[in-house]
Design a protein around this ligand. Structure first.
Ligand code: NAD
Length: 371
């Protein structure tokens, strides 16, 4: 069988530095576990603009379409801030998401015990936390028409956007969330504002129907999104998988991510529709940006990117065992006291990007030795 295809787009700023460490994990998997990918590398963002005059070349888009998964670093930087909107680095990312039709955004909020002390919440509230937020990514109020700013007859201005969802848009993201719940603790909480929004009423009805028709074994609950925001800081461990729309998901996933500490720790996945073989287009990337303030100094935290790779192994390549191995290695390294600057705590050892990568690969090697 042909090797699965993985396209690596390191991007700008700290992208290439953190991607280098993810590559070392891939090298280790190849050498020590016999797991091979057809790896391709290409440019995105400012790096692509410098060479092609656009933030994503058509040839790169074609490679992404042909790949089984894309692993992306980060894009952007002050050098390209003054470019016209259509040429800005972020447009490269948006084009990828749009043309790959990635409608489901997965944001895990996973708290490694060793970092629970550093959370702004109490240790017992976040230690052992493992929640997955599934956000609808291509519909809702960010894309709905009509939208605009108009001038009224009395001279006032009026800004407006439209929250809109169709049955199919709700059901396809619902299906991703139900399937995830099945692989986890079998519990799904759907969040909307059905008390004040018709789109929320439809969302709740469709999730309920989908659950009854296709996932009767998954425990489904519903919550208003404002209550959900409160519950996430009060008792986040009550949740397993949360599914919500684009706007609420934007806010709730940032809130949940911060329960567990630094941006440098947060991975994400964006998934598209499944084909006849059940394979989905997919892009994996850290939540953080290109961090121009620290780029090029070997001080960035590579863990968000390494955990994004681990999500790719789990969700695109059916390699859950290796994904577990990576996550356990990260956990062990943190428990051993190594910290990059962004997660530094008193009494711990501050290390560079590459030393953190080294330590994670070393732990993976030890896990092999331990059987
Ligand atoms: P940012 O995420 O790049 O940085 C925010 C802060 O977090 C900075 O202080 C940075 O040093 C720190 N940080 C981020 N990642 C880190 C890591 N791995 N290790 C340690 N510290 C880390 O956000 P920003 O400063 O608002 O944006 C910088 C650039 O990135 C902008 O051009 C922006 O448009 C772009 N951006 C890109 C993406 C993306 O590629 N997905 C996302 C957000 C921002």
């Amino acid at each position: 069988m042909a090797n699965p295809k993985l396209l690596i787009l390191a991007g700008d700023g700290l992208g290439p530095e953190v991607m280098r460490e993810a590559r070392r994990v891939l090298d280790w998997l190849h050498k020590r576990r016999g797991i091979s990918f057809d790896l391709e590398e290409d440019l995105v963002g400012g790096a692509a603009y410098e060479v092609h005059g656009v933030p994503l070349a058509d040839s790169t888009m074609a490679r992404a379409q042909a790949a089984d998964a894309v692993l992306l670093g980060a894009v952007g930087g002050p050098k390209w801030d003054a470019l016209p909107f259509a040429l800005k680095p972020e447009r490269g990312l948006l084009r990828l998401r749009k043309e790959l039709q990635l409608f489901a955004n997965l944001r895990p909020a996973l708290c490694f015990d060793a970092l629970a002390e550093a959370s702004t919440l109490k240790y017992e509230v976040v230690a052992g936390l493992d929640v997955m937020i599934v956000r609808e990514l291509t519909g809702g109020i960010y894309f709905g028409e009509p939208r605009g700013i108009e001038t009224l007859p009395d001279g006032q201005r009026r800004g407006f956007n439209t929250q809109v969802y169709t049955t199919e848009e709700i059901r396809r993201v619902g299906r991703v969330a139900f399937e995830l719940a099945r692989k986890r603790k079998n519990r799904l909480c759907s969040m909307e504002k059905a008390n004040v929004m018709e789109s929320g009423v439809l969302w709740r009805e469709e999730m309920t129907k989908l659950g009854a028709e296709e996932f009767p074994d998954v425990e489904l609950s519903h919550m208003y999104a404002d209550n959900g925001a409160m519950q996430l800081v009060r008792n986040p461990k009550q949740f397993d998988v949360i599914v919500t729309d684009n706007l609420f998901g934007d806010i709730l996933s940032d809130e949940a991510g911060m329960l567990t500490g630094s941006l440098g720790m947060l991975p994400s996945a964006s998934l598209g529709a499944a084909d006849a073989q059940g394979r989905r287009k997919a892009m994996y990337e850290p939540v953080h940006g290109s961090a121009p303030d620290i780029a090029g100094r070997n001080v960035a935290n590579p863990i968000a990117t390494i955990l994004s790779l681990s999500m790719a192994l789990r969700y695109s390549f059916d390699l859950a065992r290796e994904a577990d191995r990576i996550e356990k290695a990260v956990s062990a390294v943190l428990a051993g006291g190594l910290r990059t600057a962004d997660i530094m705590q008193p009494g711990k050892a501050r290390v560079s990007t590459s030393t953190m990568g080294d330590a994670i690969v070393r732990e993976m090697e030890q896990s092999l030795a331990a059987g």
